[in-house]
Design a protein around this ligand. Sequence first.
Ligand SMILES: Cc1cc2nc3c(=O)[nH]c(=O)nc-3n(C[C@H](O)[C@H](O)[C@H](O)COP(=O)(O)O)c2cc1C
Length: 365
Amino acid sequence: MNLPNLKIGNLIAKLPIIQGGMGIGVSLSKLASAVANEGGIGIISGAQTGFKEKNFRTDNDKANVNGIIKEIRKARKLSPDGILGINILKASNNYFELVKTAVKEKIDLIISGAGLPIELPSFVKNTETNIIPIISSGRAAKLITKVWKRRYDYLPDAIIVEGKKAGGHLGFKRKNLDNNLIKSLKEIVKDVIDTINPFEKKYNTKIPIIAAGGIYSGEDVRKFFKIGVSGVQMATRFVGTEECDADIKFKEAYVNAKKEDICFIKSPVGMPGKVIKNHFVEQFQGSNLNRIDRCYKCLKECNPKTALFCITDALIKAVNGDTENGLIFIGDNGYKINKISTVKEIFQDIKRSFNLKKEKVSSIF
Ligand SMILES: Cc1cc2nc3c(=O)[nH]c(=O)nc-3n(C[C@H](O)[C@H](O)[C@H](O)COP(=O)(O)O)c2cc1C
């Protein structure tokens, strides 16, 4: 069996692989367009996308709107026929403005997590933009689908199910992660499929389910197809590419990371964040010191008086190459990356290993 294509609304991607949005600045126009050109779906990060703008510190909202416009236009120029999306965190303070900007720029799809994007359909009705929530349980999948249908007569164009092996912020409580109380991604995906099935039957439609978190090889992709997903979202593996928009030192931190270097930090977003242990992370272990001297008012949930650090500053430092004093998000399988390759090579490897029997899979990376 070859990798099937992925149909989302009016779009058909040749390959059923979405490159997950990575903020701040890790997936911008370069990575997203490279993925789209290979037949996958490329996602620009909508988290503080204006961080290179001159007015970023003085007029954060405006800088981010400009950043989004620039990155979408650049990506479209680099991939005129590819499928391009943007990831916008529901937890962002200027969420609605960012969404409106992306829709105005005719982005193909908006992916939204870190909170339930309840109001999202009101911004895309009668437009070409598709919308995809990220959820981490069958319950959340049911809630968003029910509310969108009831309030807006809209069903999700697809649903991303993100499990505990994903990188960055996770939608699970830290104590449940530490006590191993979280179901496997496979189990959550099955719950979501069972939950969504009655909606598909009732409204005679297909809602593609996309699995995310820890998917690395073609064999992993095949395992999820076997349980009924229509596609996968992968992020961590794409950091190890020439096209990834982060500084080379950020990518090298991945290449050098060992399994035991991957840990959690309490993020000001109010969720656990999965990161590479470095000097920055060690400073906060066992410390309650507040080190925020400037606030961008970027996140609804962050209280600069009590948060331990400014996540915007920490992520920007890292993406710009200060990998000891910044925060480096990573997924569980990041330690498997041992060299920097290209997006094309990653797709070739996934296509090859998708068709191999378990015992024959030996990734070339
Ligand atoms: C460096 C990095 C940054 C990320 N930033 C975001 C983000 O801004 N918004 C979001 O919804 N998910 C973010 N994620 C999660 C990914 O989009 C993706 O769903 C998840 O990492 C998939 O698991 P994988 O990394 O094991 O492939 C990030 C992941 C990484 C590794």
